[in-house]
Design a protein around this ligand. Structure first.
Ligand SMILES: [Zn+2]
Ligand SMILES: [Zn+2]
Length: 263
């Protein structure tokens, strides 16, 4: 299998070097991994810096590709934080860069950080949830440079437990999914939800089923690892869940093109 969501020391919230993932990935029997380090332009917290040196990143991955050729496929990706007010500068970021895979994620809501969310600043968690989906709808429709949308319902990690119920927001979620399908993009099944103590992966099964029923086909599997110990975490269970939701294939990306692999 392929793990399409892996962070390294190129992400400001991770200190693990790239090569540390290779032996564990091979030991777990993976066919490949895609590094997806964070770039969040204008991230609303000055203490973190979600940007990295693209050339250095590419060079390091190229060296690993050569060294481990035939043992593990290594792909070049990015997890890109999408925000409505910077869609245009976001698009220019990609003019001189090439990735196998761009995972577009929402890490902010109305220019406020979700991580350590300050609800007194936003008004309430209800307002923050609505801001989150408004931003998401705008970005999946107007941002053209992503392949898949990351951890669709990850807002559930950041609001007090129990205050997010996908069923209450299904109109927004359906709109997001319809746009993604129309745009020829996809989503990811991100297995980190359970590591955060949530009952499900991201997104939860009702959203996976809706995506499938609306005609969605493109879905990557990602562990969102910030440490090799969680590589491909619960992928067997994730694959079984996809099958139970009606999917026969999961996706990988090479040079920005989706390819389908039987589950
Ligand atoms: Zn993310
Ligand atoms: Zn991530």
């Amino acid at each position: 299998m392929f793990d399409f969501h892996v962070h390294t020391y190129y992400s400001d919230d991770c200190s693990i070097d790239m090569e540390s993932y290779i032996a564990p990935a091979i030991a777990k029997g993976l066919n490949g991994i895609c590094f997806t380090d964070h770039v969040d332009l204008e991230y609303p917290n000055d203490e973190v810096h979600f940007q990295f040196d693209y050339k250095k990143y590419l060079n390091e991955i190229e060296k690993l590709k050569d060294k481990y050729a035939g043992k593990l496929e290594i792909l070049v990706g990015i997890e890109f934080g999408m925000q409505p007010h910077i869609i245009e500068s976001d698009q220019s970021f990609f003019l001189d860069k090439h990735f196998d895979y761009v995972l577009g994620s929402i890490h902010t809501a109305a220019r406020k950080e979700l991580y350590n969310a300050d609800f007194s600043q936003s008004g309430s968690e209800g307002k923050m949830i609505l801001d989150y989906f408004h931003d998401m709808i705008y970005c999946v429709e107007n941002f053209k440079c992503y392949n898949n949308l990351g951890h669709l319902d990850a807002i559930s990690r950041y609001v007090p437990r129990g205050s997010f119920a996908a069923a209450k927001h299904m109109d927004y979620i359906e709109e997001v999914l319809r746009i993604i399908i129309k745009e020829g993009k996809g989503i990811e099944l991100n297995t980190s939800g359970k590591r955060y103590g949530l009952p499900d992966f991201h997104p939860e099964p009702s959203i996976l089923r809706l995506y499938k029923n609306l005609g969605g086909e493109i879905i990557t599997l990602g562990s969102d690892s910030h440490n090799p110990s969680t590589l491909a975490n619960e992928f067997t269970e994730a694959a079984a869940l996809l099958q139970s939701c009606g999917f026969s294939y999961y996706s990988i990306f090479r040079k920005g093109k989706a390819e389908f692999i039987k589950l």
